[in-house]
Structures are given as structure tokens and as C-alpha cells.
Design a protein around this ligand. Structure first.
Ligand code: NAP
Ligand code: ZN
Ligand code: ZN
Length: 346
């Protein structure tokens, strides 16, 4: 086994603290990565607080990973020692079910392996990127461009792909008006991508003080969601709404700002079900849809697009000892726009 150290939560309601554990030895198709940076996703917070009711402890979060290859299995051809690579929300799948064959490995029906809080093909729990090293199957490891700022690449692996995938699926681009709800980790990358794809972008935020920053990201308009007059003036304006909100909220006001035939794309994961009136969908032929991260091919496409357009996340680099404080700040929306842990502080 390979000795690893990281930060783990040992039990519900406990804080993250240093923890030593083991990674599996490399198989023929595995690479070992020295983790340099790991993004702090709101899903990490949902998971460690057992917001979704599925946490298994000890729990090492982290699925926005950037690092360097330090060892390769005997059959590896795609990577060599020293390559800069990234790992996202999944580390394995069956590759043979309908989902895997259609490029939706994240929904594998047979053996999906989440980067953390999952179970690996060896039957052991998976531990995430708040750690110094990880062993991953080569198919779930991505090349990244070293011309990009490496710590700011990390959030692309979850926040990036989660907003990129539905924008591409729905062909959002020139001639479309899109509202991005929630200017956090996902939201700010959604804004950057939608702008780069040519759409007219409006940020809808609970935080009036984010307007200037939203416009700096390229947003064309800004609406404060708590301001009824501003929301009313946006009635029937948008072709798409991209909802990234992590907390329970009423989505009905956002349905009223969709045009006829408009599409409401949800990516946020608050635990409580919504209440939506049938009339709010029937009148105006509206669609509500969801989107879950992205498949392997889409992730590489997104990373290539980011390399070409020079898109990375806006980040605040933190020491790992400050991770518990970072979660408190994230809960208050006090981060522009993603914390990334500098793993050399471990
Ligand atoms: P985040 O960085 O904390 O940002 C969320 C933003 O939502 C906040 O900055 C805030 O923006 C807004 N917000 C927070 N509470 C709100 C409330 N009560 N009402 C309205 N707006 C609120 O979170 P994130 O990392 O972007 O993650 C967002 C959600 O996406 C989480 O639920 C996460 O688990 C989920 N997620 C889903 C997928 C997927 O596959 N679908 C993948 C990754 C993450 P303003 O200040 O602008 O209002
Ligand atoms: Zn995530
Ligand atoms: Zn599968």
C-alpha cells in the first residue's frame, strides 16, 4: 500500500483534521499523482455535513484535483512522470454499460466510483483530493495545459464541467439570453463560459455588492433577486436560466423570467424538493431540466476550450489548516469565487 496523508472528517459534526491513511498500489492502468492543488466545492460541504444523508466516515473530500504524475502502471502510454494532470468527480466506472458507452460515465449503472465517499473496484472506500497523493485509473485522468495557472485550473474539474456540459447540450450561444442564478464557484464559471460562447448573460444574485465583479467577469446585466421591481422588469426575458443555488429556495420567480419555450437548467443540489405549479410550466411551454457534472469526453473538450480561450477560475488560494474557516465563509457566500487548497501546506 502507499502511505498518504490528508484532512478528513472522522464523524458527523466534526471538523476536518489531519489524517494518515493508505492508497492502493498501482495497477497496470493506474497513475499515481502528487496532488498540488484541490478546489473546495459546495458539494464537499453538503457531503461532510451529511446534508444529503449519504456521508460515510472517515471522509476525505475533494474532487477538483490538479497535480503531477509521479508513478505510472506498466501499461500506461498516455502519461509520463512529470505530466501536469487533473482529476474530477469520478475515478472509475464499468466502461461497458449504456451510460458509459454513450459518454455518461458519471451515471454508470454498474460500478460508478466517486472520487470520494464512494467505493472503489477493490471494495475499499475512496478518499478525495484534500490529500498529498492519489492513485487513479488513467481514463479518469486528464491532461491540462501548463500555460494556464495550475491552481485556477482545479475548479474546472467540477464547477467548470458542471456548467459547461448543459451550456453545450442546449447549444447556448449567440442570440440567446441566459440568466445565471448564484454567483459562486459554479455560477462564475457559467458566466465565463456563456459569455465566451456568445450569449447575453445576466447574473441574478442575492448579493448586491457582487455587481461590479459580475460585470468584470463579462456579465452584461445584473439583477438582485431580492428586489421585486428588478425581477418584475425581467419578466419573460430569458431563453435559459442556469440555477446554481446550493440552498433550499423558491424557483417560481425564476420561471416567470423565462420566455415562451424557455428552459430552466438546474445544477444546484439543495436537499428539499421544489414546489412548482403546473400552470407555470404549461403557460409558456417551459422546460425544467437538470445536469450532472459531465462525461470523460466532455471534460477533455472543456479543458481544451479553456486552454484555447484562456479561461480559468477566479480563486482564493488557502493553506489547508484554514479549511474549516473556508467552509464557514463559503456558507456565507464570502468567496470570490472558489477556495483552492495549496497542498504544499499539508
Ligand atoms: P457556492 O460556491 O457556495 O456558490 C453558490 C452561490 O449561490 C452563492 O455564492 C450565492 O451567490 C448563491 N446562494 C447561496 N445561498 C443562496 C440562497 N439561499 N438563495 C439564493 N442564492 C443563494 O456553491 P457551488 O460550489 O457553486 O455549488 C452550487 C451547488 O451546485 C451546490 O449545491 C453543489 O452541490 C452543486 N453542484 C452540483 C453539481 C452537479 O453535477 N449538478 C456539481 C457540482 C456542484 P449570490 O451571492 O450571487 O446569491
Ligand atoms: Zn463539486
Ligand atoms: Zn458503466
Amino acid at each position: 500500500m502507499i502511505a498518504a496523508k490528508g484532512y478528513a472528517v472522522q464523524n458527523i459534526n466534526e471538523k476536518l483534521a489531519p489524517w494518515n491513511f493508505e492508497r492502493r498500489e498501482l495497477g497496470n492502468h493506474d497513475v499515481q499523482v502528487q496532488i498540488l492543488y484541490c478546489g473546495v466545492c459546495h458539494s464537499d460541504l453538503h457531503t461532510i455535513t451529511n446534508h444529503w444523508g449519504n456521508a460515510v466516515f472517515p471522509l476525505v473530500p475533494g474532487h477538483e484535483i490538479v497535480g503531477k504524475i509521479i508513478a505510472v502502471g506498466s501499461h500506461i502510454q498516455k502519461f509520463k512522470i512529470g505530466d501536469a494532470v487533473a482529476i474530477g468527480t469520478a475515478v472509475d466506472s464499468c466502461r461497458t454499460c449504456e451510460e458509459c458507452k454513450s459518454g455518461h460515465e458519471q451515471f454508470c449503472e454498474v460500478q460508478p466510483v466517486a472520487t470520494y465517499n464512494g467505493v472503489g473496484k477493490d471494495g475499499q472506500p475512496t478518499y478525495g483530493g484534500y490529500s498529498d497523493t492519489i492513485v487513479v485509473n488513467e481514463d479518469f485522468t486528464f491532461h491540462i495545459s501548463e500555460k494556464l495557472d495550475l491552481p485556477a485550473v482545479a475548479p474546472l474539474l467540477c464547477a467548470g464541467i458542471t456548467t459547461w456540459s448543459p451550456l453545450r447540450k442546449w447549444k447556448v450561444g449567440q442570440g440567446h439570453k441566459i440568466a445565471v442564478v448564484g454567483l459562486g464557484g459554479l455560477g462564475h464559471l457559467g458566466v465565463k463560459f456563456a459569455v465566451a460562447l456568445g450569449a447575453e448573460v445576466t447574473v441574478i444574485s442575492t448579493s448586491p455588492d457582487k455587481e461590479f465583479a459580475a460585470r468584470e467577469l463579462g456579465a452584461h446585466n445584473f439583477i438582485v433577486s431580492k428586489d421585486d421591481a428588478q425581477m418584475k422588469s425581467a419578466y419573460k426575458t430569458f431563453d435559459f436560466v442556469l440555477d446554481t443555488v446550493p440552498q433550499d429556495h423558491d424557483i417560481n420567480p425564476y420561471l416567470t423570467i423565462l420566455r415562451t419555450d424557455g428552459t430552466y437548467i438546474n445544477v444546484g443540489l439543495p436537499p428539499k424538493p421544489w414546489e412548482v405549479s403546473s400552470f407555470s410550466l404549461v403557460v409558456g411551454n417551459k422546460t425544467i431540466t437538470g445536469s450532472g457534472v459531465g462525461g470523460l469526453k466532455e471534460v477533455q473538450e472543456m479543458l481544451d476550450f479553456c486552454s484555447e480561450k484562456n479561461i480559468v477560475s477566479d480563486i482564493e488560494l488557502i493553506d489547508i489548516k484554514d479549511i474549516n474557516e473556508a467552509f464557514l465563509r463559503m456558507e456565507k457566500g464570502d468567496v470570490r469565487y472558489r477556495f483552492v487548497i495549496d497542498m504544499k501546506t499539508l
